[in-house]
Design a protein around this ligand. Structure first.
Ligand code: PYC
Length: 312
């Protein structure tokens, strides 16, 4: 029986499953080199760990790696039900909570190596984690696309560690009671972007759609719905999505350096975000909290016909 040990957590409702023992051996290159090796040689492990019957479409997986630099606390590679992510904000907050659970780190600042660059995470005494994310920027403003069944949809394209299309004027109310409709709407937008060849920089696929509406919480500035690449919605306000949002607000002059933006998720949880300018990009700081929910040994029975997870 193959066994893989994982720590499960959730960050403002969004789950992260961190592989801490018996993960694939990806060598000692950069996190991007290791991501490529993971994708090419161990894609079945990705699916087996996060997909049903062990996981669900909402689970983001993370592989804990020995960092290249001895100054970093950890290296990490993020993955989901369909593939890999360059960076994951909620996942990094979950990683920090898991490293605390393992007794590896305590309050303070910790560097984490990711495939898209180093991020630093500040763990406060109250358990809140602030991530200094990778440089983020608005790439294009007010891009319109014809979306079958809905008409013209206009949004900004921005990078926050992943590529986002951010829609402010939603055809569907951004409320949990409209989850199914938001799923259809955001998937239709994603397909329309693909069909019209609308991409991020250098042809990068826009694989996250972020839709904004009025907040329900009195302490929030806005509420969002985020479609993740595998079709699930982010239960948290999405760390890379908030970084992309901050980049758009900064470019529009609607938020100034150091000012706090409180982003409510579709389930009513909250991340706080702020930024500093760095040339034409911003350096976002995202704050949230994660809780460990399990310390588990996954078992892969060689005689189980769906040992590698359900991937339709
Ligand atoms: O928090 O950055 C994030 C994220 C990306 C996909 C799911 N969560």
């Amino acid at each position: 029986m193959e066994r893989i040990r994982v720590i499960d957590s959730h960050t403002e409702g969004e789950p992260t499953r961190l592989i801490i023992e018996n993960g694939p051996d990806l060598g000692s290159g950069s996190m991007m080199d290791r991501l490529i090796a993971f994708k090419e040689k161990f894609d079945s492990t990705r699916s087996a760990v996060v997909n049903e019957p062990r996981g669900s479409e909402a689970v983001v997986g993370a592989l804990l790696c020995k960092p290249v630099s001895d100054k970093a606390a950890a290296g990490v590679i993020y993955f989901n039900n369909v593939g890999f992510l360059g960076m994951c904000g909620h996942g990094t907050i979950g990683l920090v909570a898991s490293l605390v659970h393992m007794g590896k780190i305590g309050p303070g600042t910790h560097v984490i190596e990711t495939p898209v660059g180093d991020v630093s995470a500040i763990l406060a005494d109250d358990g809140k984690v602030s991530i200094h994310n990778v440089p983020s920027y608005r790439y294009q403003e007010s891009v319109s696309v014809e979306v079958p069944g809905y008409g013209q949809v206009t949004g900004d394209i921005a990078y926050g560690g992943n590529w986002f299309f951010l829609v402010g004027d939603s055809h569907v109310p951004v409320l949990a009671s409209h989850l199914e409709a938001l799923g259809h709407y955001s998937k239709a937008i994603k397909s329309a972007l693909l069909a019209h060849g609308i991409t991020g920089k250098d042809g990068a696929e826009i694989d996250h759609i972020e839709i904004f509406g009025a907040p329900e919480r009195a302490d929030a500035n806005s509420k969002n719905y985020v479609l993740c690449p595998g079709g699930a919605y982010d239960r948290s306000p999405c760390g890379t999505g908030l970084s992309a949002k901050l980049a758009c607000l900064a470019a529009q002059g609607k938020l100034s350096e150091g000012e706090v933006w409180r982003q409510e998720s579709i389930i009513g949880t909250l991340f706080e975000g702020k930024f500093e300018w760095s040339g034409a990009s911003i350096l976002p700081t995202i704050t949230g909290q994660a809780y460990v929910t399990g310390d588990n040994m996954l078992i892969f029975d060689p005689s189980d016909p769906i040992r590698n997870g359900i991937q339709l």
